[in-house]
Design a protein around this ligand. Sequence first.
Ligand code: IYR
Length: 231
Amino acid sequence: MRDAPGGRAADVPRFVRLESWVEHPPAEMARRAADFRREVARRRTVREFSSRPVPRGIIEECIRAAGTAPNGANHQPWHFVVVSDPEVKARIRVAAEEEERAFYGGGAPQEWLDALAALGTDEHKPFLETAPYLIAIFAQRYHLASGGHRVKNYYVQESVGIATGILITGLHRAGLATLTHTPSPMGFLNEILGRPANERPFLILVAGYPAEDARVPRITKKPLDEIATFL
Ligand code: IYR
């Protein structure tokens, strides 16, 4: 039997009933929205990690959740490489710190460095070795169809960004801290992790427990009336 587009067998119906939908009464919706807001508002980006191990199943489950993200044409243009091997983490640290030395040592415009001053970041990235997991997220600009020809992906940055947001939120909800780390350029990740040319590194998500004495910058989030307009 020939497969229809999307891997669907030709005699399988194109649409199915929306069976997964769950409706909540308005009061319950309000409670759930507020609970969620409180839960995500507790999330802080952490830069000091503990080396305490984390069961791999938690990471797997959160990546499964990320893989449900809405995305362009349902091509699911992402790949997650989960690194726990200390040798691979060490190689990533060496390569990332090399880029960061160039960035902080004169590559970045002064305006950018001034903007980062409040976060206290510098070229030293020990968390790349300390944290139990580095999740390298790749965005697939195109993929190869079964015949070997290139098929373009759509809204790749948006799709991978949304999936990454779900991943971060899932890890937080499970009880893990994360850090979005973006050394620039990140081409070294393709080489170290053996990823193909159609994949661009999107970011490294560092995941684990915070160090016991972890500190975070004193920052605030904008209030609703600054970030939203209701017409
Ligand atoms: N990639 C660098 C610099 C950096 C840039 C931004 I924008 C940040 O919000 C934080 C850091 C680093 O990781 O230090």
